[in-house]
Design a protein around this ligand. Structure first.
Ligand code: HEC
Ligand code: HEC
Length: 243
């Protein structure tokens, strides 16, 4: 029996002119009013979402994406775009899980046709090699020390509330020059890139391109287990989300 991702994969149509046309028709119904007629992130509703502050709806002609499994600076995979469409972006974009998998793939084919970054060879996902580590008191202690030594607090604040000195000074901006707030790490329901341990690990190694949130992949080469301590520490800052 097919399930989950493999079922979605099985529904993936060929990326050809007809698929892109199908995607464009759905786009005009479901996305245009935020992302704009030409995909430049300037739809009428988008203007109200973020006139003077980030995030505005993504400009698909730029080809820069936040929620990836690929290294910083790389294009997302098709599967990454599928995940974003399926989950939505908490606080900013609804989930489109109600569209059929085939329609979501068609949308992705259309969006990809708007930027040259997708005409290069597809980027490979970074692997998460090690299984997660249980959040023992020692793990949380090590994670907290790393949170301080890596200076996460200058943006996210010493208690994770999103109120670090750089945030308070209003000096953080996104790629479009709009003021951007660091995530309040004590509210995991607001995490846009997912709040499971693997999701947070992924955020830390990929970074969120186009924002001040950097990739930490380089700092942890050969000591990946330390990243799990940081993940455990981050999750200890917020209560579990109840469904
Ligand atoms: C209510 C407004 C709204 C609608 C409707 C909407 N989006 Fe978005 N979308 C946003 C905003 C805002 C962002 C940027 C969020 C951020 O940067 O944190 C975004 C970002 C994205 C991204 C970029 C994710 C990344 O990795 O950077 C994709 C892809 C996307 N939208 C696809 C779509 C598609 C396809 C549709 C229609 C099926 C759609 N959106 C409908 C508001 C919307
Ligand atoms: C220079 C400022 C800066 C530093 C340093 C920084 N961050 Fe961030 N971080 C941000 C911003 C800004 C966002 C929100 C981006 C957005 O909403 O698009 C963010 C988002 C996040 C998120 C949430 C991602 C999501 O799913 O929405 C996590 C988790 C996170 N940071 C953890 C960390 C950790 C851990 C460190 C240190 C290892 C760190 N950050 C260092 C600015 C920073």
């Amino acid at each position: 029996m097919l399930s989950g991702v493999s079922f979605a994969q099985a529904m993936k149509p060929d990326d050809n002119q007809a698929t892109r046309e199908q995607g464009r028709a759905i786009y005009e119904r479901s996305c245009l009013f935020c992302h704009g007629g030409a995909g430049k992130g300037d739809g009428p509703a988008g203007w109200f979402l973020g006139r003077y502050s980030a995030p505005r709806p993504r400009d698909f002609t730029v080809g820069e994406y936040k929620f990836r499994t690929t290294a910083s600076g790389e294009a997302p995979t098709d599967q990454d775009l599928f995940r974003t469409l399926t989950r939505g972006i908490p606080g900013f974009m609804p989930s489109f899980a109600s569209l059929s998998a085939e329609d979501r793939w068609a949308l992705i084919a259309y969006i990809k046709s708007l930027s040259d970054v997708f005409r290069q060879e597809a980027a490979k996902p970074l692997s998460i090699g090690l299984p997660s580590i249980p959040p023992t008191p020692e793990s949380l202690e090590t994670g907290g020390t790393l949170y301080r030594s890596l200076e996460c607090f200058v943006c996210h604040g010493s208690s994770g509330g999103g109120d670090g000195p750089l945030a308070e000074a209003g000096s953080l901006h996104d790629g479009a020059g709009l003021r951007i707030a660091p995530t309040d790490l004590t509210n995991r329901a607001s995490y846009k890139n997912g709040a499971s341990p693997r999701d947070i690990y992924r955020t830390l190694i990929t970074g969120l391109d186009g924002t001040p949130m950097p990739s930490y992949a380089g700092q942890f080469v050969g000591k990946e287990e330390q990243l799990w301590h940081v993940v455990n520490y981050i999750l200890s800052l917020s209560p579990e989300v109840r469904p």
